[in-house]
Design a protein around this ligand. Structure first.
Ligand code: MG
Length: 257
């Protein structure tokens, strides 16, 4: 399937799904306190999405059993919520939420600190968020796809961190995963030429240590190979004549925190 460009009206319509995805992520973040289980955060997020007339985008997607992905500390992505995963002071937790509204999908993620976290984790949170904003800056018509990935990779490397290579961002629209892939690495002048009407989920995964990953036996959860922490920041972004426009935001609020 080729890249499906969206009209200005379609991008406008996608803001509904984006806004609800962002609300779900904010609510999830507010619940990330010591003693909370990832299962109860998932329940709350599903209620928020359904109460506003949306459908959780992840539930049932390729068989995924929940409405959020919840990945703690050295877990990178795709953690399945569980009553057995209880947050503790000093953890970091990456939460990914997605909502479908009127057939359009929104997808976003953020890594939240649980109480006071170590200096290493605090710095990693900062670097990961900066990687996201750097990547979004590259999402401009006329640039190559590599403008996004090279900006992400540059910021991560200059901070002594690494970016995950096996998992990448993606086009998004009526399907959660559309063409093209959006890698978090690359060369600035390489890759697909970016054009007005592309809508991309830009989602750097940044590791404190090595970029190497391990897939767990449940077929979903991915961890860092070296056991050091990882963060994940994602927004759904439309490329317009006026530059990148964030779709997964609530009015007046760029970050879920
Ligand atoms: Mg995504």
């Amino acid at each position: 399937m080729g890249i499906i460009l969206k009209s200005a009206a379609e991008i406008e319509a996608m803001k509904e799904a984006g806004c609800l995805s962002a609300k779900a992520l904010r609510v999830a973040g507010e619940l990330c306190r010591p003693g909370a289980s990832t299962w109860e955060i998932d329940e709350a997020v599903e209620a928020v999405i359904r109460d506003d007339g949306g459908v959780p985008a992840f539930k049932g997607y390729a068989g995924f059993p929940a409405s959020i992905c919840a990945s703690v500390n050295d877990e990178i992505i795709h953690g399945i919520p569980s009553k057995d995963v209880v947050l503790r002071e000093g953890d970091i937790i990456s939460i990914d939420t997605g909502a479908v509204v009127d057939g359009w999908v929104g997808d976003n993620a953020w890594t939240f600190p649980v109480g006071e976290v170590s200096e290493e984790k605090r710095r990693l949170l900062q670097v990961g968020e900066e990687c996201l904003w750097a990547g979004i800056e590259g999402a401009r018509a006329g640039n190559r796809m590599g403008a996004i990935g090279s900006a992400v990779e540059h910021r991560a490397r200059e901070a002594g961190c690494s970016v995950v290579r096996e998992y990448v961002g993606h086009g998004i629209g009526r399907d959660m995963h559309e063409a093209p892939n959006v890698p978090n690495y690359g060369w600035r002048h390489r890759g697909v030429k970016l054009a007005v009407g592309m809508v991309l989920a830009i989602e750097p995964m940044v590791n404190a240590g090595s970029c190497r990953t391990r897939q767990m036996d449940d077929g979903w959860l991915v961890r860092t190979e070296d056991g050091r922490p990882s963060v994940h920041f994602e927004k759904t972004v439309a490329i317009t004549e006026d530059g990148p426009v964030l779709l997964t935001v609530e009015p007046g609020r760029l970050r879920p925190l």
